[in-house]
Design a protein around this ligand. Structure first.
Ligand code: AMP
Length: 345
């Protein structure tokens, strides 16, 4: 792991800073947010994506660094531009474990990104956070609908649902590394939070405050709208490939539970890997008993925040407010207070 002290030295050498990210996932939102706060923006972009990232005047980065592929982060070029890298799902995907050695300031705690990459770690984290989680099953324990997840599956692609040990052995290749979870029946809700050392909104944590910025629901094909397919007689197996997101408002009596969950995630992350900072998300399913099951934490901005984060961000910030804007504000305040080192690694 690249030493924190060295990252702090790099930060000390920055007389100003820019916000950089890979042109994918939630980049438009991140650039737009930075621009609202007058922060310079740098997009790491392929030639193929250039046209798109030059298309939206209010979300277009000030400068594009063209790369052949996203697995190669132009570290020296970014350091010359005093860049702070904002991690998102595509960075985690493309850089993989190499995130730990990136000689570049990363917003948040790179330890959290590495920790969430392992599903078993994530389930330990959720347990420690006091979240209710689905049962994790061995193939022989499958006694009803169970979802089979493969390592590194992107956006739910390739998952299976099976109903018995026999069906599992028929459909899953021998020796495949899978995690089998009880399939929770209910409605999905993906809550977006932001942890800040010096925020004044939200619930207090052991080392700052956690605010809620929004809730979304991922739209997944063919799971969502499957009734249309079934009603025309198509016999299509359920699948979970994300194709977009839509906004969701929780019934208000559920909010305190979600706020407590956010707090639990922050407090337990401190014990496990030194804390979480900035945006994160918990993926949940709410049953008809109003029990909330959590099945994943993303320790960074999620694509569901690409919706205008309302109404919770409105109640917190008084106006339509995105996670991209919240990141920019946090960095700008920390730069002014010379405390960037507390929120960057
Ligand atoms: P994940 O890769 O863990 O984010 O899961 C992808 C999608 O699969 C989710 O957005 C849900 O629609 C579905 N899913 C995941 N885990 C469960 C579960 N335990 N029960 C029911 N649906 C699930």
């Amino acid at each position: 792991m690249f030493a924190k002290e060295e990252i702090d030295q790099i930060l000390d050498s920055y007389e100003d800073f820019s916000i950089a990210t890979i042109c994918s996932h939630s980049a438009l939102q991140i650039f737009h947010g930075a621009k609202q706060y007058g922060i310079k923006t740098v997009g790491i972009c392929t030639e193929e994506s250039r046209e798109l990232y030059e298309t939206f005047p209010y979300a277009k980065p000030d400068e594009l660094l063209i790369v052949d592929d996203y697995s190669r982060i132009p570290v020296d070029e970014l350091r010359k531009r005093n860049s702070i890298l904002i991690p998102h799902g595509s960075l985690v995907e493309y850089a993989g474990d190499r995130i730990k050695d990136l000689a570049l300031p990363i917003f948040g705690n790179r330890g959290s990104l590495l920790f969430e990459r392992d599903r078993n770690n994530m389930f330990d984290w959720m347990k420690k956070a006091g979240l209710r989680i689905p049962r994790i099953l061995q193939p022989e324990q499958i006694d009803g609908p169970a979802i089979v997840k493969f390592p590194g599956a992107k956006g739910g692609k390739g998952y299976l649902v099976v109903n018995s040990p026999d069906e599992y052995y028929q459909k899953v290749a021998e020796g495949a590394k899978t995690m089998i979870q009880e399939f929770i029946v209910g409605v999905r809700a993906y809550a977006h939070y932001f942890h800040s050392f010096d925020g004044d909104a939200g619930y207090s944590t052991n080392y700052g405050r956690v605010e809620m910025l929004g809730v979304d629901q991922r739209m997944e094909t063919n799971a969502d709208e499957i009734a249309r397919q079934l009603s025309v007689g198509a016999n299509i197996p359920i699948s979970f490939t994300v194709m977009g997101n839509q906004a969701l408002v929780l019934r208000e009596s559920l909010l305190p539970k979600y706020m407590e969950m956010g707090r639990g995630i922050c407090n337990s992350s401190k014990e496990l890997f030194g804390g979480i900072h900035g945006p994160f998300c918990v993926e949940t399913i709410i049953t008809d008993d109003l029990d909330i099951y959590s099945f994943e934490i993303s320790a960074r901005i999620v694509a569901g925040t690409n919706l205008l984060e309302t109404p919770y961000s409105l109640y917190t910030h008084g106006t339509d407010y995105t996670t991209g804007m919240r990141i920019a504000k946090e960095l700008k305040d920390a730069f002014r207070n010379r405390s960037l080192n507390e929120i960057i690694y």
